[in-house]
Design a binder for this molecule. Sequence first.
Ligand SMILES: C[S@@+](CC[C@H](N)C(=O)[O-])C[C@H]1O[C@@H](n2cnc3c(N)ncnc32)[C@H](O)[C@@H]1O
Length: 449
Amino acid sequence: MPEPLPDSAESTAVSLVGEEYEVEVGPVAHGGHCVARTAEGQVLFVRHTLPGERIRARVTEGGTRSSYLRADAVEIIEASKDRVPAPCPYAGPGRCGGCDWQHAKPGAQRRLKAEVLTEQLERLAGLTAEDVRWDGTVEPAPGDKVPAGEVPAWRTRVQYAVDEEGRAGLRRHRSHEVEPIDRCLIASPEVTELGIEKHAWPQIASVDAIAATGSNDRQVVLTPRPGGRLPLVELDKPVSVLRTGEKDKAVHRVHGRPYVRERAEDRTWRVGDGGFWQVHPQAAELLVDAVMRGLTPRKGEMALDLYCGVGLFAGALAERMGEEGAVLGIESHKRAVEDARHNLDDFPRVRIEHGKVDAVLPRTGITEADLIVLDPPRAGAGKKTVQLLAGLSPRRIAYVACDPAALARDLDYFREAGYTSRFLRAFDLFPMTHHMECVAILEPASKRS
Ligand SMILES: C[S@@+](CC[C@H](N)C(=O)[O-])C[C@H]1O[C@@H](n2cnc3c(N)ncnc32)[C@H](O)[C@@H]1O
């Protein structure tokens, strides 16, 4: 007999966790799952399946009164032609939550992501691929083509969780539980070489492993368990070690450099304290190229790089706009601001301001900009920021987005504010997962007509 849901607002709701339903699987949905319906009409979001399959789904979350249930495909009755045996031994119902599409052919993964982007644009913004001038494809990163049955090893940063016994692994889907692993197939060879999985990590809650692209810098950031002391770290390769503070969450140097040096655009980028840098080794170059092709910066222009991290797009813009050009970057992470200033100190007309975009931008007194790049975190920029940006009357805007839902919402705000898409491109910079990266180039709607 199903148990009552302990955390349900509905006192009469009955948990359906563990119940099984034989269902026909419908379309893919944002988040790495597909939509199905029980015979009673209740919506299921099912992982480990593909559109068109007939499966047995086992409920993992939800009850009789839930607006939807989450489930895993535990038996594939009729398989999709896009299905392959998952190359990773840790993928599957109840196992590692890191990848979503281990069981799908690479081309099919990109089609699924394209369907998700299409659906999000349509449902959240009423936009078609034609409206945003997108060719409907998700482009693979060059170099990610691997023989059938193999997996591109792209992840240059991996956050390992550590279980009670000190074993490194990855978190199970929507869980704090750890799936101990011997090796992550999508980790880059340089991360794998560190041998994090081979070591015991007593008193540690998580280990962030970073292998820089284009330099030999390797780093681990350790987060101790409450009251835990740091173990002596001796890894297979020389690494710098940082530690996250228990109370303040500040990052402290244990040994080695407090930063790694990444290479992109023929420059070296210092990234400190485990701060943001694109995870796929080709992402920085690929995104800069897409953004610059879209913006076509001219000598002497004035540009903004918002949510600028360590200054990647600011540097690329400054390089192209020459000595007369000027760039203002805005970034909320203090250490990233210091790094951006350091990385771009050879450009006298680049200024980096510290703080949140919507608070700092009005204070700068800037009333016009020629070009804007914005690369916000997953939540997107939001209506207020979009209105601020449109008010600066840029001739073009490059929106770099890691979440298709936030992109769709913000494109809708931009449309309201008079900016439409000149083109949109989507990139598969997170193979085997449901994530993707998009670049939308916007211009005043008046230009388009
Ligand atoms: C997706 S990263 C982009 C970084 C950079 N453009 C790059 O490609 O390396 C987003 C950045 O925005 C910063 N951030 C988050 N919220 C912010 C806000 N409200 N205002 C300014 N920066 C913010 C984060 O610290 C992070 O560095």
